[in-house]
Design a protein around this ligand. Structure first.
Ligand code: AMP
Ligand code: GLY
Length: 434
């Protein structure tokens, strides 16, 4: 930017996506006084609940139409929420059209879109991770399994909506999972298979906001991937979360930044990738040290919903500065010293085949310590809220400790109801007295 040119002010934001993550981002950004309007494309039944936030529903999902809408609306900052448009190169096309975007290009999104690519990046940069093998042949995969003679974790290489990983207890289960992937269970995402050594330990997620060169680290969070209490049942997108995760303290987080986040950004730079967006590292704290299980190229959902209420007011400026490639232009990001709890209410049948079209009754008064974030909801012509997906909405609460935050969240959840609603009763069991 020329020295005499006035710094562009952040006034109009467009968030791409329709989930709880995007709803919580819109809520957090709407608190910034200088922002005039936030469009969420396509958004959900809860988007317009927040001041300055509206759904943008272009006539088609065609990228060209979304880009021309951004230009017409003079959007200063686009935030791309989900991994699929990132992996399809939406950020590249938007940047080519002159827009300022928070979210990696197609090259950087490989961090999530190809497990083999991200494993190779970890190995090249000495980032600790489980041993692995990759192959495009079923016979070879079965041969590796036979040679290893232990159950291996079986993963589809590509994006599979969080369903592409099978953690196997027996060699037979690993064989079965290999055969399923090669029979086309995950379409082209399973053209290549990753076999991974099974590791053990508690899981925690860490996040960095990156401007291509530098990064700022967010508080760690813990997700609850399994559907049922006691971490039982199938994997889901996430049934609840809390932040900050107490499994790692400030010192550990500094060490993990040095061990994982900085080497990842450096590794991307070595590949000539200017990575602007979130690096999300899913870690397992094993007896032989922390290991990366996966990278995501975006905010986690529901982790983002737990994190947004503890972000300092600088959050919008930091995202904008990252998107401009100059994180140092923003004030230092601060975090509230509160504990934040998120519980997801899901539809009957989630994750396999969620019921839709149920009327939702919401008797919860949001306040500065309590939020309702919508995910799979729409509004009918009378502005009734109707379920439209598996994870319907979340209650998020904050308190001076986790017991207070979770008690408030669970008691408030009683004010929400829809046919078939279910939720885990033990979210945060690691940090509260139950
Ligand atoms: P992902 O989709 O990569 O996040 O994997 C889903 C879940 O599978 C993780 O949250 C872990 O609980 C589990 N998982 C993935 N990789 C491994 C591994 N190598 N060893 C044990 N569990 C794993
Ligand atoms: N909650 C896990 C994810 O966003 O991938």
């Amino acid at each position: 930017m020329a020295k005499n040119q006035q710094a562009e002010e952040l006034k109009r934001i467009l968030i791409v996506g329709s989930g709880g993550r995007e709803n919580s981002l819109a809520w957090a950004l709407s608190k910034n006084q200088s922002i005039e309007q936030i469009y969420v494309c396509p958004g959900n039944g809860g988007t317009a609940n927040f001041e300055k936030c509206i759904c943008l529903k272009p006539k088609s999902e065609d990228e060209k139409i979304i880009i021309s809408e951004c230009q017409r609306l003079e959007i200063n900052l686009v935030i791309i929420g989900p991994e699929v448009p990132l992996a399809q190169g939406l950020a590249n096309k938007m940047r080519d059209a002159g827009l300022t975007v928070f979210g990696p290009g197609q090259d950087g999104a490989q961090l999530e879109a190809s497990k083999e690519w991200s494993k190779a990046l970890m190995i090249e940069n000495n980032i600790p991770t489980a041993k692995y093998w990759s192959t495009e042949s079923k016979e070879e995969a079965l041969e590796i399994l036979k040679r290893f003679n232990q159950p291996l974790v079986v993963k589809a290489d590509g994006l599979a909506a969080g369903k592409g990983v099978t953690v196997c207890k027996t060699i037979e289960q690993s064989q079965e999972a290999i055969k399923e992937i090669f029979s086309g269970k995950f379409g082209s995402a399973g053209n290549k298979v990753i076999l991974e050594e099974k590791i053990e330990g508690p899981e925690v997620s860490i996040f960095a906001l990156c401007d291509g060169e530098k990064l700022v680290v967010l508080p760690p969070a813990q997700d609850h991937k399994r559907l049922l209490d006691g971490d039982n049942g199938p994997n889901t997108g996430g049934m609840g979360a809390y932040a900050p995760a107490l499994l790692i303290n400030d010192e550990d987080l500094k060490d993990l930044t040095e061990l994982v986040l900085i080497p990842t950004l450096k590794g991307l730079k070595k590949k000539k990738i200017k990575y602007i967006g979130v690096i999300y590292a899913g870690l397992m704290l094993t007896s032989s040290g922390p290991k990366v299980i996966e990278f995501n190229c975006r905010f986690g959902d529901p982790e983002c919903q737990a994190l947004m209420p503890i972000m300092g007011d600088e959050f919008a400026s930091v995202l904008f500065a990252c998107a401009q490639g100059e994180i140092e232009k923003a004030p230092k990001l601060t975090f509230k010293s509160e504990f934040s709890a998120c519980i997801v209410a899901a539809s009957k049948g989630y994750p396999e085949s969620p019921q839709k079209g149920k009327k939702i009754s919401i008797n919860v008064e949001s306040n500065s310590s309590l939020q309702v974030f919508h995910a799979g909801t729409t509004s009918d012509e009378f502005d009734n809220k109707i379920t439209s997906g598996g994870r319907v909405l979340s209650i998020v609460a904050q308190g001076e400790n986790f017991d207070k935050a979770f008690n408030l969240a669970y008691s408030s959840l009683k004010g929400i109801n829809f046919d078939g609603m279910h939720y885990r009763k033990d979210i945060g069991y690691q940090v509260r007295n139950i």
